[in-house]
Write a protein that binds this ligand. Structure first.
Ligand code: UGA
Length: 441
């Protein structure tokens, strides 16, 4: 018998969690203040591109165990409530904006049964679980049990990461630890049954685990991008360097792909929010290195703008630039803090005529960057280009025939901002290939 649960907030995290929980046998109601989103999800349509999510929603709906609504009262009968609301960077600083999360907690509070468990999954500044508990208990006029259970899913692999996570982290309050762990074990019976390790920690540590993990990943990427800068100055090859150091199991090869750096709705804002929170805690200096991580990351975007400018003879006025990719990474239509789109917009501001292609993210990119030109094919985007920038590593760009492209461009120069194109093949087709951290041929 599954549990009756609500999932509050149906963005990337919540929509995937709701669908997966229903597929695992629970009775799930997803609640979102955005009614149109709730209606679309109820039809089995994800409001964003995530491989397998539409299918998961349809399959879950078919079981009769998944519904979506904008009416928070629908959560009233549930014994578990997941808070999956977004915590974006605030408009006026580095800190995370927890307004939406706290609003959701306030809205939910009057409908929470006395025996129910509230489980936070959003990425939050350390200490937020206590604030949520206080706010909800105050609103209800009675105690509310709050646990924190961070989520580590990656966009593009969200379903797989939810059903087969590397680990489960339960952050529980000492006063109700055994009851809370028992509920979470029931929630994740499927995953635990498939052998997934679960770690039981206090709520503070659970909140920190998430931001520490994302900070470490961001640090790895910026480390290799710093090495790329050194390789550029010294004439080394950062890809070979990453392969060599990655063979040491203490280092590991993953997240050592040098290039245009990280973007998206998580890594950039999480390191900044962590810095802001550490300042508040009086330990800002301990995380000073995250400022360098951010700086190195943003510096790679400037480097690509400089490369494009120099290819175009020192000025972008009147130059035509083709940009392959708008999403912050492949298999996603997410353009939040997208390095590719940022570079495209900067080039436009410097006078270039920029035509961009992305297999999935065009509609979103158009909404925030209407000043750019869009093409529905890579070939179209490259037509008459003075330089082609490969900025998001969609597999289909690796499959392009460089000879076909060479016929339509004005100048056969490509900047591989992700270091994944087969440079030898492109050169054989007459291209000059520039990349980040690798010697130009
Ligand atoms: C990230 C984490 O990987 C997840 O574990 C976490 O749950 C999630 O944030 C979150 O907090 O919700 P995601 O933002 O989906 O997931 O994307 P990643 O796969 O981590 O990639 C982030 C960025 O780093 C992308 O722009 C990607 O292109 C870039 N990247 C990644 C590199 O530049 N080099 C690499 O070697 C790896």
């Amino acid at each position: 018998m599954g549990l009756a649960m609500s999932v509050i907030g149906t963005g990337y995290l919540g929509a995937v969690h709701a669908a997966c929980m229903a597929l695992e046998g629970h009775d799930v109601v997803g609640v979102d203040t955005d009614e149109a989103r709730a209606v679309a999800l109820a039809r089995g349509e994800a409001p964003f591109y995530e491989p397998g999510l539409d299918e998961a929603l349809v399959a879950a709906r078919g079981t009769g165990r998944l519904r979506f609504t904008s009416d928070i009262r629908a959560a009233g009968d549930c014994t578990v409530h997941f808070l999956c609301v977004g915590t974006p960077q605030s408009r006026d600083g580095l800190a995370a904006d927890t307004t939406y999360l706290m609003a959701a907690a306030h809205a939910l509070a009057p409908h929470v049964r006395g025996d129910a468990l509230v489980v936070g999954k959003s990425t939050v500044p350390v200490g937020t679980s206590g604030a949520v508990e206080l706010a909800m208990s105050g609103e209800r006029g009675g105690g509310v049990r709050v646990a924190w259970n961070p989520e580590f899913l990656r966009e593009g692999f969200a379903i797989r990461d939810t059903l087969h996570p590397d680990r489960l982290v339960y952050g529980v309050d000492a006063a109700s630890a055994s009851a809370d762990v028992a509920v979470l074990d029931e929630v994740y019976a499927g995953q635990v049954g498939r052998g997934v390790q679960r770690l039981v920690v206090d709520r503070t540590t659970a909140e920190l685990v998430k931001v520490a993990a994302n900070s470490f990943l961001a640090t790895k990427i910026s480390f290799i991008n710093a090495m790329a800068q050194v390789c550029e100055a010294a004439g080394g090859d950062v890809v070979a360097l990453a392969d060599a150091i990655g063979m040491d199991p203490r280092i590991g090869r993953s997240f050592l792909n040098a290039g245009l750096g990280f973007g998206g709705g998580c890594l950039p804002k999480d390191i900044r929010a962590f810095l802001a929170r550490a300042e508040e805690l009086g330990v800002g200096e301990a995380l000073d290195f995250l400022r360098a991580v951010d700086r190195v990351n943003l510096g790679r975007r400037t480097r690509v703008v400089e490369l494009a400018t120099s290819v175009c003879g020192g000025s972008l006025e009147g130059a035509r630039v083709a940009v392959l990719g708008a999403a912050f990474k492949p298999d996603s239509d997410d353009i939040r803090d997208s390095p590719a789109l940022d570079v495209a917009q900067r080039l436009h501001r410097l006078g270039a005529s920029v035509t961009i292609h992305d297999p999935k993210a065009t509609h979103r990119a158009k909404a925030v960057a209407p000043e750019l030109n869009y093409s529905d094919s890579a070939l179209g985007a490259c037509t008459d280009a003075d330089v082609v920038l490969h900025l998001t590593e969609w597999p289909e760009y690796r499959a392009l025939d460089p000879a076909d492209l060479a016929r339509v461009v004005r100048a056969a120069v490509v900047v591989d901002g992700r270091n994944v194109l087969d440079a030898a093949r492109w050169r054989a087709a007459g291209w000059t290939c520039l990349s980040l951290g690798r010697p130009a041929a």
